[in-house]
Design a protein. Structure first.
Length: 400
């Protein structure tokens, strides 16, 4: 049985070229980049190259706008905590109801421990941000607005350049969690008003445990990790040289493959979606189908549980993920689908298929063959399906 991996929004396979680039940093180039001797200089040079490669992928104006971190969560936390401390007289945060837990859980902690006022902006049934509500929430009290570039569950893309402009009109900083977007869609930060941007290596074929925070020149950054002078004093600690070099190589590869992401990978995603919707009734795509990442398909299957689908897919050699989260005996739909007001009968059965440049036509064929009998098997056990008469029908929810 072939293994089919369609959970790339969770993590990606490290590209062999990335592994190859990292190996010398464990063996011959093992020096500390801060050391004065030739061993340190050799490592320092490779870190400079990696920084320039990330600068190119992001379209940043200067390579020193890239600060290496341990991943997206650290980058997100640094951006928001720094803004609260540096924006004198401003203490409020504007964000969305569909952010990643790296943002939402931090905001919840700030509300509880520091009394920070956080405005959570809602979305419509397609996951599109309420722009007018966002505009109203911005005020002279806003320290920072933080809106993800693309949603990790549905792939819906937000108009972050416009949102950054609006934040600046209110005198606030703008941050975007671009963990899912970097390497999948073109970016040109030097022409935008985005102040801070978070990314994570393991979402673009680099290792886990390495990420970056883009800090636009002139933006004050209060370091979250203090100690040595590394990263121009913005992030202390001896650099994770192998990880940084790996992420730099992954950035170069991502830039080279941007066209493929938006053509071949997109075509595979569309073929998978159309095939599943043609073969399985009472199913629909969630999110904004006109403005989303080229690799992401989140499909809600009515009257089944996502957990059951995933278990049977795994038996068929297919890895995907659910739009629902298991919590000690109860299955609750994700906060993203709840914010979109997707009915519980569908939200419980939402499955995210996220592709990468590693995927093939054969992978799609295997999913198209495996899914119909899986859904049929689970619906046969569903009392809700029986109550509906147990017959497939074309599903056209009123909220789409």
């Amino acid at each position: 049985m072939r293994a089919v991996y369609l959970d790339n929004n969770a993590t990606t396979r490290v590209d062999p070229a990335v592994v190859e680039a990292m190996i010398p940093l464990f063996t011959e180039h093992f020096g500390n980049a801060s050391s004065m001797h030739s061993f340190g200089a050799a490592v320092s040079g490779t870190l400079k190259t990696a920084r320039q490669r990330m600068q190119s992928l992001l379209g940043a104006e200067f390579d020193h706008e890239i600060v290496w971190t341990a991943g997206g969560t650290e980058s997100d936390n640094t951006a928001l905590l720094s803004a609260i401390e540096t924006q004198g007289g401003r203490s409020e945060i504007v964000t969305t109801a569909v952010e990643h837990p790296a943002i939402l859980n931090l905001c919840a902690w700030l509300e509880k421990s520091r009394g920070t006022k956080v405005h959570y902006i809602g979305v419509d049934s397609r996951g599109r941000l309420d722009i007018e509500a966002y505009r109203r929430a911005l005020s002279p009290r806003t320290a920072i607005a933080s809106v993800m570039w693309a949603n990790n569950e549905t792939g819906t893309i937000f108009p972050v350049e416009t949102l950054a402009d609006l934040a600046h009109e209110a005198g606030a900083l703008f941050h975007t969690d671009a963990v899912q977007a970097v390497g999948k869609i073109p970016m040109d930060l030097k022409t935008s008003e985005i102040d801070l941007l978070s990314l994570s290596g393991h979402k673009l074929h680099a290792p886990k445990g390495i990420g970056a925070l883009y800090v636009r020149k002139g933006v004050r950054l209060r370091p979250m990790i203090r100690g040595g002078h590394q990263e121009r004093g913005r992030r202390a600690g001896t650099e994770n040289a192998p990880g940084i070099v790996g992420l730099g190589m992954a950035a170069a590869l991502a830039e080279a493959h941007l066209g493929e992401e938006n053509t071949r990978v997109r075509a595979l995603r569309d073929r998978l979606e159309k095939g599943l919707l043609h073969r399985i009734g009472n199913a629909f795509v969630t999110g904004d189908v006109d403005h989303r990442l080229p690799n992401t398909a989140n499909i809600a299957f009515e009257y089944v549980e996502g957990e059951g689908i995933l278990l049977l897919l795994n038996k068929a050699g297919i890895a995907a993920s659910s739009g629902s989260a298991c919590t000690s005996g109860s299955l609750e739909p994700s906060h993203v689908l709840r914010a979109m007001k997707v009915p519980y009968t569908a939200a419980h059965g939402a499955i995210r298929f996220s592709l990468s440049r590693d995927n093939t036509e054969a992978d799609v064929d295997q999913v198209l063959e495996a899914m119909p009998p899986i859904i049929a098997q689970l619906r046969a056990l569903s009392p809700f399906w029986a109550k509906e008469g147990g017959a497939d029908r074309a599903f056209q929810p009123s909220y789409v």
